[in-house]
Ligand binder design. Sequence first.
Ligand SMILES: O=C(O)CCC(=O)C(=O)O
Length: 408
Amino acid sequence: MSPSQPSPKNTTTTQQQTIISAFKAAQSKYRRRPQSKLEYESSRSTIIDFSSPQQLRENFFQPISNGFENEKPLSFFSSEITHPTQAFTLKEFPGFLYLPGALPLSAQLELAYWALSNYCELPHMTNIDSLTSDSKSSNDSLPVEAISMWEHWKNEQSSQKNTKNAIKTKSKNHKTNSRNTKARPKTLQRLSWSTMGYHYDWTERSYRDDCHSTVPSPIQTMSRYYAQLYFQYMTPNQTPPPPFDPTACILNYYKLKSLMGGHSDNLEYALDKPVISLSLGLPAIFLLGGRTKEDSPVIPILIRPGDVMFLGGKSRLRYHGMARVISLEEWFQDWGGKDINIEEIQKEGKLSSHAHTDLEFVKLYLSKHRMNLNVRQVLPDGVSSILEMDVKDVDTLEQRKKVKRNVD
Ligand SMILES: O=C(O)CCC(=O)C(=O)O
């Protein structure tokens, strides 16, 4: 799925009665920012916050431990990822695993830097590339981007900071240019997703053998590490833990008003492997439901930056989506969010030199956006092409196509 702006309600009307799916109802409820202190308190008490021990309801949460604390940390650029100190499952949702704050701040900043400067550029595909290629036939004058979206955005931010007049002139020129040439530059403002590895075909809702780039090796290494942790927690008797081949990765870039409609990640063929999801930047209210959009309960979860979540096992195909991105102001005021202390990060020296130089800009972007990176294994172990899979697995494919139609 890709982040989108709000759309009209998807409802079914029968004899003057409006039926809204359980998922849609939860989405409407949690999309709204509470308007009063009372409303806020009552909404907050229903949202699961894995970082807030007073909110953990015994019958719901299951803290799990595997005594990994002393294992060797994973090197991630100049940063280090250590074993998480806390892990939770939800009793009613077997196969679901949540590691609050697993990704240290330096690794979050490093990942955000690469997500902005590299993982949204060719050969990876973005929402903008797909729009651009659609419109290419009707508009040959589309500009070839000379600089990356990241460089462009940084330049823009610097000039906005330096002179107000410059902004006015620039945006005036920009408007005139846009009108004259119909050119819509590839900018971070328009970016909502990027795919690495198997590129997801959003129209066909499928992966294709002939359409992929290489998943960057830091993402491969990190997701293999987390997949191993997942299996160690969830199936501790299985030694060694099953392999995980990170062959598809979707990076979502959310603006404050973005949401993600309910869906099930049902297009991969390796459904015995979890989807690994890492979040950066602004927090959000994530919704986790049942096998279809009609199923209850639909659980709202507060996802904080640095949290790592897994949908695997019996929860692999659960319906899920993202109701609301929480603003920085609300995050600091109501949820105990803390400002990123740049000096402290710099002193730690745990960022690659590239990310270090751009730290202020990464922080600025993260103060207004959320990013979510989710990694999947597309094909079962030992299978090397989708073609092979389709022939072998026609029934499953047919079933999947049926399931697809359930998606909002
Ligand atoms: O942003 C999120 O947390 C969810 C992303 C997601 O569900 C997806 O990309 O399929």
